[in-house]
Design a binder for this molecule. Structure first.
Ligand code: TXA
Ligand code: MG
Length: 364
């Protein structure tokens, strides 16, 4: 199959091109499309055959349900029950990077929702996505457009890298604004299921209380040294082994200097512009030659860090370094989601001093 690439203007989507993509959805084809969070790989949520293909090309476990994208509250209410007490706040919030787990009306393909009696429903705040769903006239089941375990696609180029000639259409509307997936809230427990682009602080403001935050939503797991993490925990991960620094920030340049002094291995440092500069200044000229600096953005601007995170992790693999070190970020606002992704991307390999870093370097 040859993938059709459609460039669509994100502010003024061209109707003819939207119609081509919508027709493909209705015909049971796979369409990669932009949202405000990350790119999604979409299919008609009523079409089991099409949804099965999503799992196949992503290499995704069939017991892991897809998010169902809608373009109106009416469409959401056709497929799921919105609790009366939350209807107004949801109406006010959507479209937004926030997904709600709702009780299912059981009319969608069982493949799309992995046979559960709940559905994850979201109305994306992106003109192209909304027009596409609206024009297709059906809810679109769409996980993030990445091969399972790999970082999510935030640009059409990433989706092309993953799915060239494996999907029917890829829409290119430029980089996704948020760069990190939607926040998932289970409304029955009022609990955070996945930290995401919509901060829990904002959720608390809209709902009048803080959602319950589970360890699972934070991506926590006991830190321990392991050659490779259990694959069931692997997610958002580049192929390059990633080590997450969890100690005091001011110590990081010294820790890196001490642990890599004698080593000739090339590695990458992924982090804020500020920390890249500090490390560059601390290391000797010879040491600097072994480091590839990959800047995520300004440390004070967590939105910028989130926007660039997956793009830089995908880029990291093209540098062919033997490992990478990434810095930690404050867990406020979108920082909670950034840290969730970094914990998982690192396979829970954390270190806070030179000794621990050296121990990892013997293993990877
Ligand atoms: O921002 C996003 O949410 C992107 C864009 C494309 O909309 N989509 C996305 O989908 O991140 P995906 O498949 O990568 O992540 C969906 C998550 C999975 O962890 C899945 O297990 C969970 O949502 N999920 C789906 N249905 C669920 C349900 N009924 N109950 C609990 N979790 C559910
Ligand atoms: Mg995903």
């Amino acid at each position: 199959m040859k993938t059709i690439l459609l460039k669509i203007n994100r502010n003024r989507p061209e109707s003819k091109k939207i119609e081509v993509a919508a027709k493909a959805i209705r015909a049971g084809k796979l369409v990669v499309f932009p949202t405000e969070t990350v790119y999604g790989i979409g299919a008609n949520a009523f079409d089991s055959e099409a949804c099965r293909r999503i799992y196949k090309v992503k290499n995704r476990n069939v017991d892991n349900p897809l998010i169902i994208h809608v373009s109106s509250i009416e469409m959401a209410e056709k497929i799921a029950y919105i609790p009366e007490m939350y209807r107004n706040v949801i109406k006010r919030l959507w479209p937004a990077p926030i997904t709600f787990i709702l009780k299912s009306k059981k009319i969608l393909s069982e493949v799309a929702v992995a046979k559960l009696d709940t559905i994850a429903v979201r109305m994306p705040a992106h003109k192209v996505a909304l027009r596409l769903i609206n024009k297709a006239g059906v809810p679109i089941a769409a996980p993030s457009a990445n091969v399972s375990t790999m970082p999510s696609a935030t640009k059409a180029e990433h989706a092309l890298q993953y799915f060239r000639d494996k999907v029917d259409v890829i829409i290119d509307s430029g980089p996704a604004q948020n760069g990190i997936e939607s926040t998932i809230i289970d409304l029955r427990r009022f609990a955070l299921v996945r930290a995401g682009a919509f901060s829990v602080e904002e959720i608390a403001k809209h709902f009048g209380r803080m959602p319950k935050i589970t360890p699972e939503a934070l991506g926590n797991k006991n830190a321990k040294i392991a050659i490779s993490p259990g694959t069931k925990y692997k997610h958002y991960a580049p192929e390059t082994p990633l080590l997450l620094y969890s100690g005091a920030l001011s110590r990081l340049p010294y820790v890196i200097m001490a642990a890599t002094e004698k080593s000739k291995r090339r590695f990458a440092f992924v982090g804020s512009v500020e920390m890249c500069d500090k490390i560059r200044n601390k290391l000797s000229a010879r040491q600097n030659k072994n480091v590839r600096f990959i800047a995520l953005g300004n440390r004070r601007n967590l939105r910028e860090i989130a926007h660039n995170l997956f793009d830089r992790l995908i880029f990291l693999d093209s540098t062919k370094v033997s490992f990478a070190i990434v810095e930690s970020f404050p867990q406020r606002g979108v920082g909670l989601a950034i840290m969730n992704r970094l914990r998982k991307a690192s396979g829970h390999r954390y270190f806070s001093d030179a000794g621990q870093l050296e121990a990892y370097l013997k293993l990877i």
